[in-house]
Design a protein around this ligand. Structure first.
Ligand SMILES: Nc1nc2c(c(=O)[nH]1)N[C@H]1C(S)=C(S)[C@@H](COP(=O)(O)OP(=O)(O)OC[C@H]3O[C@@H](n4cnc5c(=O)[nH]c(N)nc54)[C@H](O)[C@@H]3O)O[C@H]1N2
Ligand SMILES: Nc1nc2c(c(=O)[nH]1)N[C@H]1C(S)=C(S)[C@@H](COP(=O)(O)OP(=O)(O)OC[C@H]3O[C@@H](n4cnc5c(=O)[nH]c(N)nc54)[C@H](O)[C@@H]3O)O[C@H]1N2
Ligand code: SF4
Ligand SMILES: [Mo]
Length: 725
């Protein structure tokens, strides 16, 4: 038996871990307290050996022999050479006939899978191939944190300018529950609270750290923008803002069409004074004032926003409103605010230089939403489906997909299935079969993270973490013929004639190139499996020297880019596209507001097959207020039918008295069986389904980003009289 320090890459937390291994088998993972993200491990990390050894793992490349739509794809095992040659031949032919843009690349989110090991190289492959189209949930998972905030700050805040939790006076988590979704962040927050930092949580549920917060704001799903404008109103009204920062480093005092921007902002925010905002958001007026006061008095403020603010039809404006609110604190890039932890210097590898501007301009969705994800080469789920099914703006003919369970992850699951079936060619790499992989022509078996080697540069959440480089060594022998995503990317690149851009297919040569500017060598990393830490320092207030990275060099509260594209240039609020106020005609039949949240026990649509995890959460659940449940004859644990205007799915009721009575919270991602526990799967489509995204639509979406309204829609719950479990 041997022990080695490693890290768990199963989710965004990337927790440092100590692995016990014996004879090429991974026996256990436990925390590695010396590692900057190693304070704790969650149940999923502890289940790593079960994931590695699961009987359902894909072990050989497979080729479909039955037509799409047939009940059984007729999978036939083939060799790697045949699989990779077939893929390369198909992609080359399609690129020649229709241009490389007809081939869409995709991957699972790096926040929910070990694709974070290789995603930059997948993106490089896509660019070297010449396609501007990457389908990877940007509109559902990263838009608000990253791209949308660029229009305010010039750089992603809070996605890249992360909260300096060690020094913050006040921490603001808005639609973010790290206790479940990013353990290392939760641990650091708990430490901050212990030393006296204040906490504000905005969430329809009193989840995770909300119970320790000075202010928990129980917002109606999708109305966060109104809340942000209201808090901003109070801060401006009471003078609780950094006037100097506003004057020197934002465009608040620019004059547009004869009016000072700040006056425009004040007028817009005044529409959401606390009494009015309370009516919209459900947050009491006094609490809005108290929150504004706390933000001002407990500075410096550090904040993070995530899924609760993505997946909305008004996501972009909400994030802009919060960016504006944050600008008032003057804490950006200040100690204890949101800062850029200095990264380890490396050579960029994502191949931005490999894609021509002409190809970039062909990104699907760019014409409809010129400032949206397509501008950054990301296409939305609906964009992919439309291009595949309706050939708009042109036909998407092929998909090369590393993991992404698109059918489960996007709304309109049935449309997703049909879109994938309409492709001429679909290659999918995964550890397990999925409703998405079922539609592929070729399925490639991928090693689990614990069987593959990977280079991690920076663990993000603190300067220490971001200064750490670690080479994760394989902890278990690979199963079957599975290969790592990296091996697949490099081998495919060579077969596509792109070997020159991929170091002749040599992964180590690629890593050496990547690491060169850091001075760290692979030999050093192999000798130090716990990682190598550089003595980097955070630089604060870099804007004093070089301005902000916006076109005007200032924080753009007024966005000239938005104005030019015909969007409201100062942050504003619109009701969610499917809600009680925007669609009053629906409320008689669907009186409840529906949102969702992640589960501690699973990542997104994965892990239901893992017995130790499934045992703790055996069935899909929907949280509902006890009075709302009682009015429908529903008791705790009952099977209920959750109906939306698009259909219905089932789930088990969990009573939660902390919810607003008209709000229910579902879970997405339920399809998998767990034979070991005798648990059947749930069909991804049809009457017996438990797939929330089967009955959620991708529209009407956010006009700037195309983000789908998965987190604010309308539904009704009804008791299922017979137990269908
Ligand atoms: N209603 C609703 N829908 C949502 C969400 C929601 O909260 N509510 N969340 C959205 C968000 S934030 C996201 S990011 C998406 C997530 O959607 P996805 O990114 O598709 O994530 P998962 O559903 O976890 O599926 C990941 C797939 O990748 C495979 N996989 C895991 N590890 C690896 C690996 O190392 N390599 C390869 N090649 N494959 C791997 C898994 O087996 C699985 O098939 O879903 C979105 N959809
Ligand atoms: N255990 C686990 N960890 C994960 C994942 C997982 O599936 N499981 N997924 C990974 C991925 S891909 C992502 S994107 C991250 C996401 O990480 P988080 O953003 O923390 O994930 P969620 O729990 O979906 O959403 C956060 C909170 O938003 C609240 N919320 C819902 N609707 C609204 C709303 O309209 N407004 C506000 N203010 N709040 C709302 C929910 O109640 C929830 O508590 O987690 C990553 N880590
Ligand atoms: S939170 Fe859990 S799944 Fe995520 S990296 Fe840490 S141990 Fe792994
Ligand atoms: Mo995500």
């Amino acid at each position: 038996m041997a022990e080695t320090v490693t890290f768990c890459p199963l989710c965004v937390s990337r927790c440092g871990a100590t692995a016990t291994v014996e004879d090429g088998r991974l026996l256990a993972l436990r925390p590695a307290p010396g590692h900057p993200t190693g304070q704790a491990l969650c149940v999923k990390g502890k289940a790593a050996p079960e994931i590695v050894n699961h009987p359902d793992r894909l072990l050989r490349p497979l080729r479909r022999t039955a037509p799409k739509g047939a009940p059984d794809p007729g999978w036939e095992p083939i060799g790697w050479d045949e699989a990779l040659d077939t893929i390369a031949t198909k992609l080359t032919a399609i690129a020649e006939e229709s241009g490389p843009e007809a081939v869409v690349f995709g991957s699972a989110s790096p926040s929910t899978s070990a694709i974070s090991d290789s995603i930059d190289w997948v993106v490089r492959l896509k660019r070297a191939f010449g396609s501007p189209n990457f389908c990877g949930y940007m509109e559902l998972c990263g838009w608000g944190r990253y791209m949308a905030s660029i229009y305010t700050y010039g750089e992603p805040v809070p996605g890249v300018y992360l909260p300096d939790l060690d020094n913050a006076g006040c921490i603001l988590f808005w639609g973010y529950n790290p206790s479940i979704s990013r353990l290392a962040h939760a641990t650091a927050t708990t430490a901050a609270l212990r030393r006296g930092a204040k906490l504000i949580v905005v969430d329809p549920r009193r989840a995770g750290l909300a119970s320790k917060a000075q202010q928990w704001l129980r917002v109606r799903p999708g109305t966060d923008g109104a809340l942000a404008l209201s808090v901003t109103h109070v801060m401006l009204d009471r003078g609780w803002y950094d006037a100097e920062f506003l004057r020197d480093w934002t465009n608040a005092f620019d004059v547009v069409d004869g009016r000072v921007v700040l006056d425009l902002i004040k007028a817009e925010c005044a529409r959401f004074a606390p009494q009015a905002a309370a009516g919209i958001t459900g947050v009491p007026a006094e609490q809005i004032v108290a929150t504004a006061r706390l933000l001002w008095e407990a500075r410096p403020v550090a904040f993070y926003t995530w899924s609760g603010l993505e997946q909305h039809s008004n996501a972009t404006q909400t994030v802009r409103a919060i960016g504006q609110l944050y600008a008032l604190t003057g804490c950006i890039d200040a100690p204890g605010g949101n800062v850029l932890f200095t990264p380890v210097p490396t050579n960029p590898i994502d191949g931005a230089e490999l894609l021509s501007p002409q190809q970039r301009a062909k990104a699907i969705g760019l014409q409809d939403r010129p400032l949206g994800p397509a501008r950054f080469e990301f296409i939305t789920g609906e964009d992919l489906y439309r291009a595949a099914l309706d050939h708009v703006p042109y036909r998407a003919r092929a998909l090369v997909n590393f993991g992404a369970n698109l059918v489960m992850g996007h709304g309109n699951s049935a449309r997703g299935r049909d879109a994938l079936a309409a492709l001429d060619f679909f290659a999918h790499a995964d550890l397990f079969m999925s409703p998405t992989a079922e539609q592929a022509d070729i399925v490639l078996p991928v090693t689990s993270a614990f069987e593959s080697e990977a280079l991690r540069v920076g663990f993000e959440i603190s300067q220490d973490a971001q200064s750490t480089v670690q080479l994760r060594t394989p902890l278990a022998h690979g199963r079957g013929q599975a290969r790592s995503d990296l091996q697949i990317v490099f081998a495919l690149a060579v077969r596509l004639g792109l070997g020159d851009q991929f170091f002749g297919g040599d992964i180590e040569a690629a890593w050496r190139h990547q690491l060169a500017p850091s001075g760290i060598t692979l030999e050093q990393l192999r000798e130090h499996p716990e990682g190598v830490r550089l003595p980097l320092q955070t630089k604060h207030r870099k804007y004093l020297d070089r301005g902000f990275r916006t076109p005007t060099g200032k924080v753009e509260l007024y966005s000239p880019a938005f104005a030019a594209a015909g969007y409201p240039p100062i942050p504003t609020y619109a009701e969610p596209s499917i809600g009680p106020l925007s669609r009053p005609g629906l409320t008689a039949e669907f009186p409840l507001v529906l949102t969702c949240a992640k589960s501690l026990f699973f990542c997104e649509s994965q892990h239901r097959q893992v017995a130790s995890l499934r045992a703790s959460a055996p069935e899909p659940q929907v949280e509902v207020h006890p009075e709302t449940a009682a009015a429908r004859g529903i008791a705790a644990g009952d099977w209920v039918r959750l109906s939306t205007p698009s259909g219905s799915v089932r789930a088990r009721a969990k009573l939660n008295a902390n919810l607003a009575p008209n709000v229910v919270v579902g879970q997405h991602g339920w399809w998998q069986a767990c034979p070991e526990l005798g648990k059947d799967g749930y069909p991804p489509f049809g009457d017996d389904s438990a797939n929330l995204n089967l009955v959620l639509d991708q529209g009407p979406s956010d006009p700037v980003s195309g983000s789908s309204p998965l987190r604010a829609s309308l539904c009704e719950l009804g008791l299922v009289l017979t137990d269908t479990s």
